[in-house]
Design a binder for this molecule. Structure first.
Ligand code: NAD
Length: 716
């Protein structure tokens, strides 16, 4: 029996129900066989009126086989190219059948799944949030190679197709209908296949209904082809604009733009060959695709799926959360919790401060309403979940209390003692500290086994990551419950062990530190920031320090020194020297404290603070660009390796996901550990040694990577 169930009814309509082995339908070897047999059979069918493609799974069709895409090697490029051509050929035969073919889209149809839909003459989708269509390949360093680029350009025109192709934009059924990606929607699943059949019967005598628009006589691409004067501007400007965005680090958008432009220039079948060639190049020859598939698909699923969650603890849900401190972080945590339907007690030292924290949620909800993404009733429901208070007693019965008061050990100890009694039996205490060791903070608790770090990132409503930190005494049950809460509020939890700065702050600090060292060695501050951006960091290291603030660094360093926790860095303490000078002597505490390395004008523009240049800049600093770039990148990679070696990181996936989602590691690397897999561990060790000889011991390759270089194993 084929995994594509084939049924012909009395009207001569064949329904092909895709029901592949495993939980989803996907483009793999099994698909190739099933689709081939199906198309053969359809072509040979007598008395055929039309065809419906449906799915027996809850999703319509998931897309490409990522295991295969990950495994394919450079020397297999030709074979891979031939495979793509065969896949395209099957879909081309499907759309050229002399009868109408209809896609009955019951659930997500993404990537290859949507390419099948695009090869059907008519697309009907269930009007449900579960239905999503789109071509997200670009987010995995790939392009839609099953004809997706060419068909989208022919369907929508180049200008309208580009956002779907270059940004991987996905839309639900209603938006897909509006955009012309599907032709109609139905309200219930039961209507879906019957409506598809009805459409076939209504259109069985129409020649057009059985033809794709691009195969009809006199077809013109919407908006014109590549020679159209209207498109000249787009075609001329798009590559430059794209380059500015990707900084040349991401080949997939470039290959997509190339294939899309060719689709508007060449005939349909020739353009398909360009698409196949570009896809083969990306999949077989670029490290970016391997990095992005590994991290953004497999490892993200591993992390979100509970790879780090103790297995034998039952799943839990938080019904009531207490948040102490309604400042920048507390108010964001309150919003994210209430948005997920959790009752929130938001407590600060005065009613006024607590109300101010709640007003933040109101502001964000109003923005949603203004964008048409929320109703007034829903807003009232969500705000109704948040109780702003100055009274500890309101915390009674919380399943979880998250403390987000000032970063001060004594204060945090004091409030833990004062309020942990309000927790429900076995309730969890979480601290949102960004720097203080969890084990020491837990000394303020009578139940250190129920104490854990739940480290959010700012702004909480936008940042998808949460770093969960286990102290020495944190129990498995507490970890599991903190993990479940983070998933409940739809964020991604990485789990790390206690260490100064945990994983994220510690690694992020090295990026800032290396930028400071470059300045101190005479590189111009603008160039330092540009080098950071050139490796793919979202923001230059000096600018980011201005944002996080020199004042905070000063405070953190002083606290660590007072507590005897400060570790003298290898190669001298550049950070303390800089912070003491710029903040201690010149009171430049950062962007929000009147300026830091830069001065900020009211319009958001910035200029370098001149004394910084006067003190350090040397025109003949003699540093090569590649060295500067590698220093900025390798510092963070080496620190991540140390975190893995020391057991701060519990898994490679956490290191990759945490570095990308928490601290802005360049996406092309797939995270700071995955970077080594495709750069090559041997080459990495050799380059570290060069940098060590030239610039200092902070580049010494940790033993864990030296071992990988010798064994040839990957970080996985
Ligand atoms: P903030 O200064 O904006 O807010 C702190 C709030 O705590 C203030 O509203 C203050 O009134 C309140 N507070 C003080 N004592 C209190 C008490 N006894 N009871 C109740 N409320 C009290 O600070 P923030 O930036 O929100 O940081 C809070 C915590 O989160 C700190 O531990 C910080 O290290 C950590 N953190 C901050 C960031 C960030 O980017 N700002 C990121 C991650 C973690």
């Amino acid at each position: 029996m084929s995994v594509f169930k084939y049924e012909k009814d009395a009207d001569g309509i064949v329904t092909v129900t895709m029901d592949m082995t495993g939980p989803v339908n996907a483009m793999n070897a099994e698909y190739d066989v099933a689709m081939n047999e199906t198309v053969d059979k359809l072509e040979a069918e007598q008395g055929l009126t039309g065809v419906v493609f449906a799915s027996a799974k809850s999703t319509f069709f998931a897309g490409g086989d990522l295991n295969m895409l990950l495994a394919v090697k450079e020397e297999e490029t030709e074979e891979f190219f031939n495979g793509i051509v065969a896949t395209k050929d099957r879909l081309r035969r499907l759309e050229k059948l002399p009868v109408p073919v209809v896609a009955a889209i019951n659930g997500a149809a993404l990537g290859g799944g949507f390419e099948i839909c695009l090869s059907c003459n008519h697309r009907i989708a269930l009007n449900s949030k579960a239905v999503q269509v789109g071509l997200p390949e670009v987010s995995l360093g790939l392009l839609p190679g099953g004809g997706g680029v060419v068909r989208m350009v022919n369907l929508l025109g180049l200008t309208d197709a580009l956002p779907y192709l270059l940004e991987g934009k996905k839309v639900d059924a209603a938006k897909a209908l509006k955009a012309g990606l599907v032709h109609e929607t139905v309200e219930s699943l039961d209507e879906l296949v019957p409506r598809a059949k009805a459409w076939i019967l209504e259109n069985k005598d129409s020649e057009e209904a059985a033809q794709q628009p691009w195969d009809r006589k006199g077809f013109r691409i919407p908006g014109g082809n590549a020679n159209s004067p209207k498109l000249a501007q787009t075609i001329m400007m798009a590559p430059a604009m794209l380059r500015q965005k990707t900084r040349g680090l991401l080949p997939a958008p470039e290959m997509i733009l190339d294939a899309a432009t060719e689709a508007a220039r060449l005939g349909f079948d020739n353009a398909q060959m360009v698409e196949a060639r570009n896809f083969a190049y990306l999949a077989c020859k670029t490290p970016q695709a391997k990095n992005m598939i590994t991290t953004f698909f497999f490892q993200l699923n591993q992390v979100n799926g509970g790879g780090n969650r103790p297995k034998d603890v039952e799943k839990s849900k938080v019904a009531k959360v207490g948040i102490l401190g309604a400042g920048m972080m507390g108010q964001g945590i309150a919003y994210s919790s209430a948005m997920s339907g959790i009752e929130v007690v938001l407590k600060d030292i005065s009613q006024e401060a607590a109300d101010k924290g709640k007003a933040y949620s109101e502001k964000l909800l109003d923005k949603r309403i203004a964008r048409g993404r929320m109703t007034e009733e829903k807003k009232a429901d969500i705000l109704g979940l948040i109780t702003a208070t100055a009274d500890d007693a309101d915390l009674q019965g919380c399943d979880l209390i998250i403390e987000a008061v000032f970063e001060n050990m004594e204060l945090k100890h004091k409030i833990t003692k004062a309020t942990e009694g309000y927790l429900a039996d076995n309730g969890v205490w979480g601290s949102n500290t960004s720097t203080l060791p969890i084990t020491q903070l837990a000394e303020g608790s009578s139940k250190p086994e129920n104490f854990i770090g739940i480290h959010f990132f700012s702004p909480v409503d936008k940042m998808p990551l949460v770093e969960i930190i286990c102290g020495e005494k944190t129990s498995d049950e507490t970890l599991a419950r903190a993990f479940d809460y983070v998933r409940q509020i739809k964020k991604t939890p990485i789990v790390v062990n206690d260490s100064l700065g945990f994983f994220t702050s510690r690694t992020f600090g090295t990026y800032i530190d290396e930028g400071i060292r470059l300045v101190q060695e005479g590189v111009h501050p603008i160039q330092v920031d540009n080098m950071g951006k050139a490796i793919g960091m979202p923001v230059g290291s000096l600018t980011v320090h201005d944002e996080t603030s020199q004042q905070l660094s000063h405070k953190v360093i002083s606290t660590q020194k007072d507590m005897g926790l400060f570790v003298e860095p290898a190669d001298g303490d550049a950070m303390t020297e800089m912070v003491n000078w710029i903040y201690g002597e010149h009171n430049r505490g950062g962007r929000h404290h009147g300026g830091g390395y830069f001065d900020y004008a009211a319009d958001g523009s910035k200029t370098v603070w001149q004394p910084l240049v006067e003190k350090y800049y040397k025109e003949d600093h003699g540093l090569e660009e590649q060295d500067m770039k590698d220093r900025l990148l390798f510092r963070s990679v080496v620190e991540t390796l140390k975190c893995l070696q020391e057991g701060v990181l519990r898994s490679v996936a956490d290191g990759n996901i945490g570095s990308i989602m928490g601290i802005g590691a360049p996406v092309w690397t797939g995270g700071y550990l995955q970077f080594i897999n495709t750069y090559g561990a041997k080459k990495f060790v050799a380059r570290c040694k060069e940098l060590q000889a030239k610039y200092g011991n902070r580049f010494e390759p940790p033993a864990i990577v030296v071992e990988k270089a010798e064994s040839g194993e990957l970080f996985s």
